[in-house]
Design a protein around this ligand. Structure first.
Ligand SMILES: NC(=O)C1=CN([C@@H]2O[C@H](COP(=O)(O)OP(=O)(O)OC[C@H]3O[C@@H](n4cnc5c(N)ncnc54)[C@H](O)[C@@H]3O)[C@@H](O)[C@H]2O)C=CC1
Ligand SMILES: CC(=O)C(=O)O
Ligand SMILES: [Mg+2]
Length: 371
């Protein structure tokens, strides 16, 4: 199969779908790999590094889309990319379709077979292709929150760790999954006072054990959310219902109870965000203010640290990418975890949460694959 990797074009997105190390693996499996010139520039991998790994270099993205049987990317395709996809081609990337009807319509119209990293599952109930970027985004969330808290950046002017004789800042993390855990790690490392809310009591138990008394855990009710948001300096939104639009847990009304200059970091923005007042921002202009509360809502946070992120992402995506390249659609038929990643196939929505969020009929993946 010919596997193609275009350069990412989202605002300040410096990751790349295939690192040179990943290219070597595809080539070792007998595949041709076509990489757009400059695709790896953001991680310091030039065209020669890709040639040395066995790839051919394409002068344009159009050539990659035109000539490849499978496209490996990082971010959801942008409008100029949807129109280059076609039936019979596999797209393997993050999609986040639930809050994105335009992209969904574009993928349906293209006829492409679209496998979303974020809904591939594993035997332990996890999301193995989302997890590495959630680790990165969780850790970055505290750096972003701490920076936005500085007075010159519009924040209330609190140092999260405090200093001897002055209390530390308070960080509230809503959703104690992968993002939440890694945000808490960084916040604890800085010396902040950290509370994690979740709806899963087993998960709260695990977190309590893991941090051995260094954080507080709280079951997530409206009352608990209000109390923890009203007293926070930084609130990290890290909830997920896989595939679905994020629930709006912090309403506009609640902002009036929060401290002026406090910061909301809505990591869940790629699924539409868990604060009512969130809208997606970019690394070029990451924050805005509503009712005196700073909002940071960048939908591709890991793009800011592409050297770390691209390698972590490729570590996770390589196994299933090779299965898709080796076996084509049969890889989806053979492995239910990979099949859970199938969101769109030949114009049909095959993920239940996406279909429900956008009002489409959901067609069973097995059924469309057998057709
Ligand atoms: N903005 C960005 O650049 C990035 C965003 N993300 C996003 O971050 C979000 C979180 O991802 P993960 O941590 O990997 O998910 P996860 O599945 O590991 O954790 C989600 C947690 O939310 C909890 N939860 C669900 N409903 C809740 C509620 N009503 N109240 C409190 N907790 C609730 C779940 O019990 C679970 O523990 C996802 O939307 C993901 O796509 C991930 C990476 C990068
Ligand atoms: C998960 C995601 O949306 C990202 O890494 O950009
Ligand atoms: Mg999007």
């Amino acid at each position: 199969m010919r596997v193609g990797c275009p350069k990412e074009i989202k605002n300040h997105e410096y990751r790349v779908g295939l690192t040179p190390g990943a290219v070597r693996e595809y080539v070792a499996h007998g595949h041709d790999v076509l990489v757009e010139t400059g695709a790896g520039a953001g991680i310091g991998a030039d065209d020669n590094a890709y040639r040395a790994a066995g790839a051919k270099i394409a002068k344009t993205a159009a050539e990659v889309f035109e000539r490849s049987d499978m496209i490996v990317k990082v971010k959801e395709p942008q409008p100029g990319e949807w129109v280059q996809l076609r039936e019979g081609q596999i797209l393997y990337t993050y999609l986040h379709l639930a809050p994105d009807p335009e992209q969904t319509a574009g993928l349906i119209a293209s006829g492409v077979t679209a496998v979303a990293y974020e809904t591939v599952t594993d035997d332990r109930g996890g999301l193995p292709l989302l997890a590495p970027m959630s680790e990165v985004a969780g850790r970055l969330a505290i750096q972003a929150g701490a920076t936005a808290l500085q007075k010159a950046n519009g924040g209330r002017g609190v140092l999260l760790g405090g200093v001897p004789g002055v209390l530390p800042g308070k960080v509230t993390v809503i959703g104690g999954g992968v993002v939440g855990l890694h945000a808490a790690r960084m916040a604890v490392g800085l010396g902040a006072d950290v509370t994690i809310l979740d709806r899963s009591i087993p998960r709260l138990r695990q977190l309590d054990d893991l941090f051995a008394g260094r954080i507080h855990t709280r079951y997530s009710t409206v009352e608990a959310l209000e109390e923890e948001c009203f007293s926070a300096d930084v609130v990290v939104g890290a909830v997920l219902i896989p595939g679905a639009a994020a629930p709006k847990l912090v309403t506009r009304e609640m902002l009036s109870g929060m401290k002026k200059g406090s910061v909301l970091v809505d990591v869940a923005i790629d699924q539409g965000g868990c604060f009512e007042t969130s809208h997606a921002t970019t690394h070029a202009e990451p924050t805005y203010e509503v009712d005196g509360v700073i909002h940071y809502c960048v939908a591709n946070m890991p793009g800011a640290v592409p050297v770390t992120s691209a390698h972590a992402l490729n570590n996770a995506t390589l196994h299933y990418g090779l299965q898709l390249a080796d076996k084509g659609l049969k890889a989806l038929a053979d492995d239910h975890h990979l099949r859970n990643g199938l969101n769109v196939h030949r114009g049909k929505i095959t993920n239940r949460a996406v279909a429900e969020a956008l009002g489409f009929e959901m067609v069973e993946p097995r059924q469309v694959l057998a057709a």
